[in-house]
Design a protein around this ligand. Sequence first.
Ligand code: CA
Ligand code: CA
Ligand code: CA
Length: 624
Amino acid sequence: MGWKKGKRILALWTALVCLTGSLAGCGANGMPDAGQAAVAESGAGTVQAGMDSDGTGAADTAARDTEGAAGKEGATEAENAEEKESAAEDGGSPGMTLPPLNMPDDKYRTFYEVFVYSFYDSDGDGIGDLKGLTQKLDYINDGDDATDTDLGCNGIWLMPIMPSTTYHKYDVTDYYGIDEQYGTMEDFDAFMAECKKRDIHVILDLVLNHTSSSHPWFIAACDYLKQLEDGQEPDAGACPYVEYYNFSREKGAGYCELDGTWYYEARFWSEMPDLNLGNEKVREEIGEIVDFWLAKGVDGFRLDAAKEYYSGTVDANVEVLEWFNGMVKEKKEDAYLVAEVWADMETYAAYYGSGIDSVFNFAFADYNGVIANAVKGTAPASGFGKALCECEEKFASYNENYVDAPFYTNHDLSRSAGYYAGDEPERQVKMAGGMNLMMGGCAFVYYGEELGMKGSGKDENKRAPMYWSKDAAAEGMCRGPQDMDEVRMVYDSLEEQAADKASIYQYYKDAIRLRNTFPEIARGKTEFLEEKSDDQVCVMKKVYEGSEILLLINVSEGEKKVDVAGLTLNGKEADGNWQAVCDWTDSAQTGRWIFCGRLLTGEEQAVMSGTEVTMPPYSVLLFR
Ligand SMILES: [Ca+2]
Ligand SMILES: [Ca+2]
Ligand SMILES: [Ca+2]
């Protein structure tokens, strides 16, 4: 091959790279990797790894020439070297030339749940802090769409950061401060400023069901009650704080003893007295707390334990949320609110009646949720699509503006690396994370899940130090909660996983990348295609503003074939003419189905032959 021809091919190759967003063999970003294609026949023949099979179009020409020039078998060493050089010129390293992201500025984000205590320690005391988190923001999102060295999350849920007596900080002693273990208010302001630069939205964990028993309100109330004469009734005029909590002379369910005479409601722990959320003064206090943090620039709140506002009384809880939602939205119209209601789906769906944006979708989480059951094979894969449709219908019946809040694990649940006991647990861990991130709504990823961290049993174990490095003495490593058992990791630390294209970490990045590229994934209405689904395969469409995306999900350890004949996508009937190498921003004009994304858990590639799609084990394929 002559030098000139080589240059021409390189130019085409570069164009192709721009179109696909991936380089030969790297397969990053969840996009089909044209460079790995081994076969590309004309007409509607067999297509591997998403090669364009049609005989026309620039992308196709590029694909052909690429195969000739840079394909693994035909290329000389010199040509391959030249290709690498070109890639380096192009973006610095393979995989750096990315297709455009498409992220409408709305509430359908991908949040990263951070336990500051265990994330990154900036001052060497072993406890994570806000400065440390700020230093690691580029890990979560560097604010540059052109790079893929970050996770791609565009939201952070901060577990409680206010002054508290415990390591977990769910017992607040001051709603207007920063716990000194985590730093100062200046640190928080600096953190917020860096988040704004990166368009990372921040929501605070707001604990309204209870305060700490060391909160000045509770101390004042108790001091007042203790000095009352025998039989004397408390007077809120003398001490308003007696009405901030639920005091009683009777020891009701969920009550703790204060002294020989008085009891107080404390559902979780004696040192977490429940607030009386029906009290007007308490509501005024909460309004001021909201003002304070909104002025700090936070984008919303995660509402802890909303089910216990009035334990056992859904209507009363919904009323509290309705008040809170209205109050917050009056102050900040586009604030984002998500409530924790740890209950069954029928129950938490009803909380959408409050008008709140989101309620965590517990049904899909945990070792026995919809996702894990499908991945373990203890429930049919089709159950995933069915459950999604069921939720969408149910939530919308309460509030048509609901935003689902899918998550897979959180700080109260065992980490997912322990869920799977099969032969290929790593593939299952990836698969389940991928399914979580293919769900509609505002998705939440618990820190460390993207590394497959371990942790189960007592709560402390679920909140182990972020696994930056296998060296516990490495810079920034936290020591974890004091009562944590030794948590043995089964998968590598970030250091190794960042360098391994097949790691859980890369898989999560690819999944988030797909989410940030195709708005249909988070925002589309699910159309479950039951006739194409079975116990191991779930086929569904997502439809958003008239644009459709097709998801094929194989949760089995074996290959699965799906014939898409009879299906229509964006007005195009499946006809076996596939397009993989494309500019999807203009896909409506191509007249062909586009293989536009995939999440693979192993070496096996997708193969399209006619209208039949062969899905690799534990894979997600996307078409548009
Ligand atoms: Ca520290
Ligand atoms: Ca980036
Ligand atoms: Ca309560």
